[in-house]
Ligand binder design. Structure first.
Ligand code: DGP
Length: 109
């Protein structure tokens, strides 16, 4: 998608601080971290929001990668939080499905 910031991160035209990648997902550090560790996990496939994601294989794959990245790559042994913002009312700013992984401190609810 031409105007999608995260598609530009995927194609390398916008630089990012990569923590993990494979054929299906890319994970990188959030530019405005809300916790000591704040990583975004995105599918390579452009899906604008979670509301548009009807493919159970895609959603299952994405959550399995999130678990693996948080536990095995980032090694957030004390625990971590996952956030998915959906559309404007949910605080979504970038319309390419992404999962926030937050950790590294005790998070208030
Ligand atoms: P959301 O509000 O759920 O759409 O979160 C979008 C996040 O993306 C926000 O925390 C800031 C981050 N972000 C936006 N632009 C960039 C960028 O160019 N690089 C990186 N690393 N993060 C970005």
């Amino acid at each position: 998608m031409e105007d999608c910031i995260f598609c530009k991160i995927l194609d390398g035209s916008i630089p990012s601080d990569k923590v993990y990648e494979d054929d299906e997902v890319y994970a990188f550090r959030d530019i405005h971290p809300k916790a000591p560790t704040h990583v975004l996990v995105i599918p390579r496939q452009h899906v604008p929001t979670l509301s548009d994601a009807r493919d159970e294989k895609l959603l299952g794959m994405l959550m399995n990668r999130v678990r693996m990245i948080a536990d095995d790559v980032l090694k957030l042994e004390a625990g971590w939080r996952v956030v998915i913002n959906v559309r404007a009312g949910g605080g979504q700013e970038v319309y390419h499905l992404h999962v926030h992984i937050l950790g590294g401190k005790k998070l208030p609810f």
